[in-house]
Design a protein around this ligand. Sequence first.
Ligand code: ZN
Length: 154
Amino acid sequence: MALCEMCGKESQLVLAEVEGGELNVCPGCLKYGTRKKNVNSGMNKSIPGKKFAKIERTEFKVVNNYSSLIRSARESKDMKQEDFAKFLNEKESILTKWESGSLKPRLDVARRLERVLGIRLVERDVVGKVEKQEKQKAAAEFTLGDFIKTRKRK
Ligand SMILES: [Zn+2]
């Protein structure tokens, strides 16, 4: 028990913010201020350290076989280059270059073509990581196959 810093009454005190200052007040005087959260519970000490955002540069690129993909998308719609170009809102000369492989669509254009045509034209550029992933996958499959064989023998 302690004395309320506002009225002087002996009571179980609560830390409250009163007019910008902190006072230990009795429950009766609490209405004159705002109750402060218990600051000495130790919770504040365990604020999680700033998590360092894992910076992963994900690069995307237009697939190498974009020309055949665009051409086959057009052929599947049974369209002439002229009509297809209009359909895509592109110049026919541009489309001709795409289909001949002499011009690679820009990434944003390729993204739009993907949506319009429902094909994949953009892939994640993961050069250097692919080999490792495939090795891991192969190893996992082998282990699983091994496991099944072992089970069958029993
Ligand atoms: Zn009081």
